[in-house]
Design a protein around this ligand. Structure first.
Ligand code: NAD
Ligand code: UDP
Length: 323
């Protein structure tokens, strides 16, 4: 059935792919974005589609729309971006979630929250299961993002329990792919950009910390599946690729695939940087019949090709005047 779908943060890395898929599936898609960490180039190819609309708006302010489904993807996601204006980051997850939940309540829409593995902080439980309550430093430099996303989950559950809003919560683990912001400071974008210009590859700390990287197509598949599951399963559910790599292994693979002559160099580890991260995806397998298909080597190859095709001048740093 054709749905009227709002994607907040729809011009971002994941949001723009989601919009693309929903438009191709024939839905009526409204992409809402304040362009804090993204630019129109990500969705410009959709602008001439009759079932696509673009609105410049900030979710910390209310908006009146009529929709059937809302994917709440708006929030800066890379540490460098969310620490750029930390107060704005918290406002986006808290005031923004309240506004979007209010909209869902008025319209009777289903609303999905893009939560994060960061709700587990620097985890003592490995791999991370949904029942683990996490280890977040509430006063650290990652807290504006981690605690904001934790409050957002609370708001989603309370709107569900108190106001019968139909919610879904997905906890997304590190996801990469074409259209990542080349200057977002995330490890995949940094390493590829550095490798392609034969610069030093900057490993923070000793590079023994781990992450598990999911290719964006696998991610988009499962969030659409989660939104449309009508079994009563609302989450939270972990979504990510459980193949775990050290950051040093990632750097070596990027060098191999790009043919870079860049050298590995060590830089100080930022504070509160999680030591290990890997999703337990048993729940996603059981409830959504989903597991990722694209291995890191294949996904990185496609991502490197995309980085080779872009003009990085099209990508500007975040604008400081969002408050
Ligand atoms: P992104 O920065 O590319 O996209 C976020 C988008 O939200 C951008 O287009 C930005 O301009 C927009 N935005 C930010 N604040 C806004 C506001 N107040 N009002 C309107 N728009 C606003 O990041 P992404 O990687 O595509 O992440 C999308 C969502 O997925 C985020 O909520 C993020 O927390 C979540 N997530 C992503 C990852 C990942 O690895 N990519 C992991 C966990 C969770
Ligand atoms: N990292 C790194 N070099 C970089 C950027 C990041 O070694 O140039 C490390 C970072 O310290 C962290 C991991 O890579 O341990 C993943 O960082 P990212 O910012 O991509 O995501 P997050 O820490 O939020 O998982």
């Amino acid at each position: 059935m054709i749905q009227r779908i709002l994607v907040t943060g729809g011009a971002g890395f994941l949001g723009s792919h989601l919009c693309e898929r929903l438009v191709a599936d024939g839905h009526d898609v409204i992409c809402l974005d304040n362009f804090f960490t993204s630019q129109k180039t990500n969705v410009v190819h959709l602008l001439d589609k009759p079932n696509f609309e673009l609105i410049r708006h900030d979710i910390t302010l209310p908006i009146h729309l009529e929709v059937d489904q809302i994917y709440n993807m708006a929030c800066p996601a890379a540490p460098g971006h969310y620490q750029f204006n930390p107060i704005k980051t918290i406002k986006t997850s808290t005031m923004g979630s309240i506004n979007m939940l209010g909209l869902a309540k008025r319209c009777g829409a289903t609303i999905l929250q893009a939560s994060t593995s960061e709700v587990y902080g620097d985890p003592e439980v490995h791999p991370q299961v949904e029942s683990y309550r996490g280890s977040v430093n509430p006063i650290g430099i990652r807290a504006c993002y981690d605690e904001g996303k934790r409050v957002a989950e609370t708001l989603f559950m309370d709107y569900h329990r108190s106001n019968k809003v139909d919610v879904r919560i997905v906890r997304i683990f590190n996801t990469y792919g074409p259209r990542m912001h080349p200057f977002d400071g995330r490890v995949v974008s940094n390493f590829i950009r550095q490798a392609l210009s034969n610069e030093d590859i900057t490993i923070f700390g000793d590079g023994q910390q781990t992450r598990s990287f999911c290719y964006r197509d696998d991610l988009v598949d499962v969030i659409i599946r989660m939104m449309n599951n009508d079994s009563g399963f609302i989450g939270p559910v972990n979504i990510g690729n459980p193949d775990e790599f050290t950051i040093r292994q990632l750097a070596e693979l990027v060098i191999e695939l790009s043919g870079s002559t860049g050298k590995l160099v060590q830089r100080p580890l930022p504070s509160d940087d999680p030591t290990r991260r890997r999703p337990d995806i048993s729940l996603a397998k059981e409830k959504l019949d989903w597991s990722p298909n694209i291995a890191l080597r294949e996904g990185l190859t496609k991502t490197i090709e995309w980085f080779q095709s872009i003009n990085t001048d099209d990508y500007r740093p975040p604008t400081p005047n969002y408050s």
